[in-house]
Structure formats: C-alpha cells, structure tokens
Design a protein around this ligand. Structure first.
Ligand code: ZN
Length: 317
C-alpha cells in the first residue's frame, strides 16, 4: 500500500494535503504533491527523506486535478526530478480552453458579476483566489509535458484511471487493487466543493459530480487528498444525502426570485451564515449555489431570466 506524506497547507483550513508515495519497479510515483509554499516544500522533502527516497527517484507524478494545493508544488519537484506527469485529459483540455491563469479568473469575475455579486466583494475575492496568488507556480506547472489520462486507462505503478468530473471538469481517481486514491472527489469530513465558475461547454458540475460518485462506490477503501482513509461506498452515500438536502435549500432560496448571490445569502452553510464568511469561503459558497441552481435548471425545477446583464433565478411551479 502507498505511504502517505502529510504536506502542510499553510493558511488553508484543511491544514494539509496528502501526497501518496507508491513503489513502481525501482522508481516511485507520487499522487498529488502540494502547494507552492516554503512550509509545503520543506514538508514534502522531509517526508521523502524520512521514507529514504531522493526526489530524483520520483519517476511518475499523478495529479488528481489542477487545484493549487495539489499541483503547484510540482514547480519545485520538476527542478529536482524528471518524472512523467499524468493528469486527466479532460482537465488538460479544460485548462487549454480557458487559455491561461489570468483569463480563468477574469472569466470567473465576469460570471459572478452577472450573478449579482457586488464589486467590492469581487475585488476582495480577486485578492485571495489561488489562481491569482499562485499564478507563477501554476504557469510553470502548466508548461510541463503533461500526459492526458483517459477514463479506464491502465497506468504505470499498477494504477487504473477513473474519470470523475465534478469537483473539476477533469478530476481523476486512481484505482488500485481494493483501494483508490480519491483526490478531492471523496473526502472524509467535508463534502468536496462542487462549484460553477463559468460556462464550460457540456459540463454541468453537480450533474457530473453525482454521476461520478456512483462510478467509484465499489472501489473499496479510499485514500483521500485531505484527511484519513475512508470507506468509499459509505462516504458516497453520506455525500449524496448532503446534496439532496442542499438542493432543497437552494430550491427554497429562490421561491422568491433572487440572484445567485442573494440565494447564497439565504442558504444555511455548515461553516456559518454567508455574511460571516471570509471572501475565500464566500467565493466557494456562491460557486456551490450556482452549481446547484444550474443542476436544478437542467431538471426543469428552476429557471433563470437575464435582465440588464443580471441573472435572476426563480423556482418553477
Ligand atoms: Zn480541489
């Protein structure tokens, strides 16, 4: 079984990200790596040293998805090793389609503005967003020679790719015998964030996410990117229950017509009332509200009307 290195995530509530080390015929593979910060860099290098591994022994890097806390530290690793880099082909296509880190965030801000988010909050979000704070590391990492992974593909280190779009458009769970590296698709304590940031053709995040949960149910034990080992089937049921409740909340929040921003303020969030959240968590709360609204729209349960550049949602009878 894989060895876990808990790589610190300074400044993030999660506290750490798990980088898993696998033996692969004289070389080693890493599943996810960490955030490009000093603490994380020292944590990763110390973790490898404690396991008796030199960074240059890493022959393979498997990224579950593109988020900063999983891949930006690869910028350091790529200076110490020359591994093969793997990421979901849909993730790579999505990132290429967006056209760069700056474009990603400006599209998001434009979309959030359309959904009623006040300018002041947009400015605050722009200061804390990982895409902005880790721009240079992202750019270095996106420039590496990534190999796109297909759903069901057999990979080095005895892994099999399971495409699990939802948390991101091209998230991948890496399955082994009786267990799987679940990345951020299935997490033990928190429900993975499923957000709508802006229109990505053919991608309805929550619809995809719920389908992807079904796909991994029977994979056995889960080694998640944050927190401890879990029972995937059991945890999937809990997460499905959470989204059923959240869908009811969101649907109620637009009984009286509302923008997604107003709806987000009416929803009960586990971490506290919307107005008490910091801009980083507000960003995710609005993204979540939008993912649920677009999903409800695809079911015909709510509708969106755009007037004067602002989208108002309402429940359909
Ligand atoms: Zn993530």
């Amino acid at each position: 079984m894989a060895k876990r290195i808990r790589v610190p995530l300074p400044g993030m509530e999660l506290g750490h990200v798990n980088a898993y080390l696998l033996e692969c015929g004289g070389e080693y593979g890493l599943i996810d790596v960490g955030l490009a910060t000093y603490d994380a860099a020292v944590g990763l290098l110390r973790g490898l040293k404690e396991l008796g591994i030199k960074p240059s022994d890493i022959g393979y890097v498997f990224a579950t998805h593109y988020h900063a806390d999983h891949i930006t530290l690869i910028s350091l690793l790529s200076q110490l090793a020359s591994p093969e880099y793997y990421m979901g082909e849909a993730e790579l296509a999505f990132l290429q389609g967006v056209g760069g880190v700056s474009q990603f965030f400006s599209r998001l801000l434009e979309e959030f503005k359309r959904h009623g988010v006040p300018q002041q909050l947009l400015d605050e979000m722009a200061r804390v967003a990982p895409m902005v704070r880790f721009k240079k590391a992202f750019e270095d990492v996106f420039d590496l020679p990534w190999r796109g992974v297909k759903d069901g593909e057999a990979l080095p280190c005895g892994l099999r790719a399971v495409a699990t779009p939802g948390h991101t458009p091209g998230h991948v769970v890496y399955a082994a015998q009786g267990y799987a590296f679940t990345g951020d698709h299935v997490l033990p304590k928190i429900t993975p964030n499923v957000s709508w940031w802006f229109e990505v053709e053919g991608f309805n995040p929550l619809a995809e996410y719920l389908k992807s949960l079904e796909k991994v149910k029977a994979l056995g034990r889960g080694l998640p990117a944050h927190g401890d080992e879990l029972d995937i089937g059991k945890r999937v049921e809990e997460i499905e229950g959470h989204h059923r409740e959240r869908l009811e909340d969101v649907s109620k929040a637009v009984e009286e017509p509302a923008t997604a921003f107003e709806a987000a303020r009416r929803i009960r969030w586990d971490i506290g009332p919307f107005d008490s959240l910091d801009p980083y968590n507000k960003l995710f709360a609005i993204g979540e509200a939008l993912a649920h609204l677009y999903y409800l729209e695809s079911l015909g349960a709510v509708e969106a009307v755009e007037r004067g550049g602002v989208v108002v949602w309402r429940r359909k009878l």
